[in-house]
Design a protein around this ligand. Structure first.
Ligand SMILES: Cc1ncc(COP(=O)(O)O)c(C=O)c1O
Length: 242
C-alpha cells in the first residue's frame, strides 16, 4: 500500500524545490526517520540505494578509497557475495590494494582469531558478510566488529540475507561501521537498498567525499520503484524476490 502510494505520488526529484520534489523528499525523510527509530541510529546515518549491490559497492569502494592515504591493506572472506568480492578484486587489480582473504572452517564460519592475525598496521577495512546467501551460515559478526573497533579499523558487513530472518534489536548489534541491506529479500520492493554508515565516518562516493550527517551529493535515494542505476559490478544472478 505504502509502496503503491509512493510509486503513484512521489515521482518528483527530492532535491528539487517544486511541489512534486518536496513531496518525494518528505516521504523519503519520513522513511529514513522511521528506519532510524527501528535501528536506534540517527536518520543521517541511513543512505538509501538502488539495492544491496549498490550499498555494498558504496561501502567497500567508499571506505577503502577514503582511507587510501592511511593504508591499502584490506581483509575479507572467501564466501562474500559478488557485489563485495568483485569490489575487492577491482581494488586489488586496478588500484594497488592488497587483499587478505581469511579462510573459513569446514562449516563455512570465519574465526575472529584469523581476522585478528591478518590485521596489519596498514589495514583500513575488514568486510565479512553476516549471513551467507548460498548455505545460510551465520558469522560471528559482533566479535569481528568489536575486534575491528579495538584496532581502529573500519568494518563492513553485508547483512542483506540477515534482515528479515535473524533478529536485529539495534543496528549496533553488528558492531559494524557499515551495514548493507535490501528490501526485496524480506518481501519489500525491488530496487530499494540501504547502507547504514556510522557517523562520523568518511566515505568516498563517485560524487565526492562526504560524511554521514552531511547530505551526500545526489545520493538521496528514492521511494520504491525509483531505481537508481547502482554500480553493478557484481550481483549478476538477480532473481527478483529471491
Ligand atoms: C548476501 C547478498 N548480498 C548482496 C546481494 C545483492 O543485493 P541486490 O540484489 O539488492 O543488489 C544479494 C542478492 O542476492 C545477496 O544475497
Amino acid at each position: 500500500m505504502a509502496v503503491r502510494e509512493a510509486e503513484q505520488t512521489a515521482f518528483g526529484n527530492p532535491s528539487s524545490i517544486h511541489a512534486a520534489g518536496r513531496h518525494a523528499r518528505a516521504l523519503l525523510d519520513e522513511s529514513r526517520e522511521r528506519l532510524s527509530v527501528l535501528w536506534g541510529c540517527r536518520p543521517s546515518e541511513i543512505i538509501f540505494t538502488s539495492g544491496g549491490t549498490e550499498a555494498n559497492n558504496l561501502a567497500v569502494f567508499g571506505a577503502a578509497r577514503a582511507r587510501a592515504d592511511r593504508g591499502r591493506h584490506l581483509i575479507t572472506s572467501p564466501i562474500e557475495h559478488p557485489s563485495v568480492r568483485q569490489a575487492f578484486e577491482y581494488l586489488a587489480a586496478r588500484e594497488g590494494y592488497e587483499v587478505t582473504i581469511v579462510r573459513t572452517d569446514p562449516l563455512g564460519v570465519i574465526d575472529p582469531g584469523d581476522v585478528r592475525r591478518a590485521l596489519r598496521s596498514d589495514t583500513t577495512l575488514v568486510s565479512v558478510m553476516a549471513a551467507n546467501n548460498e548455505v545460510g551460515t551465520l558469522q560471528p559478526i559482533r566479535d569481528i566488529g568489536e575486534l575491528c573497533r579495538d584496532h581502529g579499523v573500519c568494518f563492513h558487513t553485508d547483512a542483506v540475507q540477515w534482515f528479515g530472518k535473524e533478529p536485529v534489536a539495534a543496528i549496533d548489534d553488528f558492531a559494524a561501521d557499515l551495514v548493507a541491506g535490501c528490501a526485496h529479500k524480506l518481501g519489500g520492493p525491488r530496487g530499494a537498498g540501504v547502507l547504514y554508515a556510522r557517523s562520523p565516518l568518511l566515505l568516498e562516493s563517485a560524487a565526492g567525499w562526504w560524511q554521514p550527517g552531511e547530505r551526500p551529493p545526489g545520493r538521496h535515494g528514492k521511494p520504491a520503484g525509483h531505481c537508481r542505476p547502482g554500480c553493478r559490478l557484481g550481483a549478476l544472478h538477480e532473481t527478483p524476490g529471491v
